[in-house]
Structure formats: C-alpha cells, structure tokens
Design a protein around this ligand. Structure first.
Ligand SMILES: [Zn+2]
Ligand SMILES: [Zn+2]
Length: 224
C-alpha cells in the first residue's frame, strides 16, 4: 500500500521542524506525498500559505516530491469556518483541514457541524463524537474524515470508523505530526487503521484509493 499524510505541522505553528526537514524525513520514511497543515486562524492564514508554498515549490523542483500546502483551522469560532476555509483556498491553499471536536480539548461546539457543511473543507480531523447526520453531510459535501495516530485525539477513531462505514463517508489516516518520530511507516499506518476497526478491504481503500481521490481533486482545482 502507498503511504500518504495530509495533516502535519512545521515550526510555523507548533511543530518542531522546518518544512524542508519535515519533507526530507517524510521522503526517507517512504511517503508518496504529504500535506503541511499548520494551525491557522484569521491571524495567519495568508502568511502560512505564502511561507510553506516557497518550500513546496523548491522541493517539487529539486526532489520531485509532491507537498500540498494547507492549513488546519484550529479553535476558530464555528460560524467563521466557512469564511476562513474559503479565504484559505483564495490565498492558494491546496487543502483545508479543520481541527475537529477532539475528546481532549475544548474545541468550540459546532466545529464539526460547520466543517461537514462546508465544501471548502477537505478534511475534518479527529472529529471525536461525530454524529451519523454529520457523517452523512460529510459525504454530501466531499469532506474526508480522519483516523489519527495522535495521542488523545485517537480516542474518537472507533466512532469515526463506525459512522463513516454506515454513512459511506471517506476516511484518511493521518499522523498529525509535530515531532519527527510522529511520522508513520507504512506498517504503522496499517496498524492504526486496523486498530481503529477498519477491515483489510477498507484499509486498502483508505490507504490507496482515498488519498488519490484527494490528490486528483487538488490537481483539478489548481487547473481551474
Ligand atoms: Zn488538530
Ligand atoms: Zn494538527
């Protein structure tokens, strides 16, 4: 199976590494592509995208490696999510992740609902106690749901898998990397998926087919 990761942090927010070192380490681990999605709010969307884009362009040219430039909208007022997601896309973001209602932080209630209602959101990360109605809205609006290896946030993985299966929502496995050791190997990513309750067949879809669908969406958008 292929290895992808659409949710990582550089030191432009609270990660430990420069984008270039994060990318270099991802290449060595065997990733096919990664997204860098630093924590964002109205304060820093533009600057994050500009900064990470410079390294993404450099790496594409020199190492032929595909890095998606993104943001993770984090602890923003729920009513601002659609506006901020659109602003990020307007500023050139390849993908928009939203920091969902994890069980271990006081994320503003309504964040999950606002995210699955918004076509500019690509991934609802660690959605915690998502509802079946919200999983159905994720399908309708093309929002991927995240299964994560991140400590604390991973407590909601089981619920995410059960509801995604019932609603037909698409899952991605992400590392939410902040430190170099957080990056996955292919074996570890598989373990995270199986541990969350995916079947072997579902795991193949989650690791191979869903990432390609997201990458194709990004290419289609950039050609517009
Ligand atoms: Zn997050
Ligand atoms: Zn994150």
């Amino acid at each position: 199976m292929a290895l992808y990761d659409f949710h990582t942090h550089s030191f432009f927010s609270d990660g430990e590494l420069l984008p270039t070192e994060l990318i270099r380490r991802a290449i060595v681990k065997g990733y096919s592509a990664i997204a860098i999605t630093d924590h964002a709010s109205a304060s820093n969307i533009q600057s994050l995208i500009e900064q990470v884009r410079r390294d993404s362009d450099l790496v594409k040219q020199e190492w032929k490696f595909n890095v998606l430039v993104g943001v993770e909208l984090t602890h923003c007022p729920a009513r601002s999510i659609s506006r901020l997601a659109a602003e990020a896309k307007e500023a050139g973001a390849d993908i928009v992740v939203v920091h969902g209602e994890t069980l271990v932080e006081p994320v503003p209630p309504g964040t999950n609902q606002a995210s699955v209602e918004c076509c500019d959101v690509d991934i609802l990360a660690h959605p915690g106690l998502l509802t079946i109605q919200q999983a159905a809205l994720a399908v309708e609006n093309g929002v991927f749901l995240e299964v994560t290896s991140r400590r604390g946030h991973c407590l909601g993985n089981g619920n995410t898998v059960v509801l995604a299966r019932e609603a037909g929502a698409k899952i991605l496995i992400n590392s939410d990397t902040h430190s170099p050791d957080d990056l996955h190997t292919e074996e570890f990513a598989k373990t995270v998926g199986l541990g969350a309750g995916l079947s072997a067949l579902e795991l193949a879809i989650v690791m191979d087919k869903n990432p390609l669908e997201l990458l194709q969406r990004v290419v289609a958008r950039s050609n517009r």
